[in-house]
Design a protein around this ligand. Structure first.
Ligand SMILES: [Zn+2]
Length: 123
């Protein structure tokens, strides 16, 4: 395979793996565990108003892609994506957005720090 096509292939595979993980039994179990009554779920962070199944956000407590390291390799990615039931939590949309936002901020900081350490190209 041409090296040029590799990032596209990686992106495609990641999408397929993500989609497959929706049916991962421990993930399904985490959703069941968050159910407080028929059609109502509780957020693991704010424990606020219960929400319906359409608003369920299943979160990997430990992000699939480490904020500090970034994408390491497919074995690591798969291990973290298909984690055990304890690795998942059900969140409301607001809490999931906030958690994702902070994780992205860490990733940006790490990228910024890495750039600082790299020698300038134009010297
Ligand atoms: Zn919440």
């Amino acid at each position: 395979m041409a090296a040029k096509a590799r990032p596209l292939l990686r992106h495609w595979l990641i999408q397929k793996l993500r989609r497959a993980s929706y049916m991962w039994p421990p993930r399904q179990q985490a959703i069941k565990n968050a159910r407080v009554e028929r059609g109502k779920y509780r957020c693991n962070i704010c424990e606020g108003e219960n929400f319906g199944p359409r608003d369920i956000q299943v979160d990997h407590i430990q992000p699939v892609v480490d904020e500090e390291i970034g994408f390491a390799d497919f074995n690591t990615y798969i291990d973290r994506l298909f984690c055990s039931v304890d690795g998942f939590q059900v969140l409301c949309k607001q809490c999931h957005s906030a958690k994702t936002f902070f994780e992205q901020e860490i990733r940006k900081d790490v990228k910024r720090e890495k750039k600082k350490d790299e020698p300038e190209d134009d010297i």
